[in-house]
Write a protein that binds this ligand. Structure first.
Ligand code: SF4
Length: 190
């Protein structure tokens, strides 16, 4: 996984020197759509844990992974432009040393216009970023506590309260998100 992170940074630094757009030589091109921008193929925000961008949690034989197959956002030329403009405001050293929270708050500001994740003690509650669409109260809802080590998902547990450490995100089932918002259990549309 560290290798993946290194690759993402190397690619990012290359893109900061001058992005190259579609990579017609890649055997997977176009992995998302014709004309896509491949500059950030190894996404610097991975694993963003933000369903709104199209990613989701998958269970594989190697455990939990954040699957980005349906994220088109990072490949749209105008978004690549915006990401590179934002990240060019940091030194290479800051980008190398930046942890998951550093990158995730940048992504939230780019995508939502503001950071909606909230620190609650050692816990980082990312649910307010995603529970925004046609929410309704429910009696009880389980959501997910994601434990990260660096940029790697170590474990994921279902839970019903925000306590302890790690990142808390809604549970996604079909096109519904279950979680806790302002102290109330809710179900919202993705
Ligand atoms: S869902 Fe998109 S923005 Fe999020 S980690 Fe995957 S590729 Fe990056």
């Amino acid at each position: 996984m560290e290798e993946l992170r290194e690759r993402a940074l190397v690619e990012l630094f290359g893109a900061l020197e001058g992005k190259y757009g579609p990579n017609y030589e890649c055997k997977y091109y176009p992995c998302h759509f014709h004309g896509q921008d491949c500059s950030l193929c190894f996404c610097p925000f991975y694993p963003c844990l933000l369903y709104d961008l199209g990613g989701e949690i998958k269970i594989t034989s190697n455990g939990y992974v954040w699957n980005c197959q349906n994220c088109f956002w990072i490949h749209r030329p105008e978004n690549v432009e915006e990401v590179l403009a934002a990240l060019s405001g940091y030194s290479r050293q800051q980008l190398i040393e930046g942890d998951w929270y550093f990158f995730n708050s940048i992504l939230q500001r780019l995508y939502y216009g503001s950071e909606f994740g909230i620190w609650e003690g050692e816990a980082y509650n990312l649910m307010p970023a995603m529970l925004r669409n046609e929410c309704e109260p429910v009696e009880k809802a389980e959501f997910l506590n994601v434990i990260l080590e660096g940029f790697e998902i170590q474990s994921i547990h279902r839970c019903t309260s925000v306590e302890g450490e790690g990142v808390f995100i809604p549970l996604k089932e079909d096109e519904k998100l279950f979680g806790l918002l302002n102290g109330n259990f809710v179900v919202c549309k993705v």
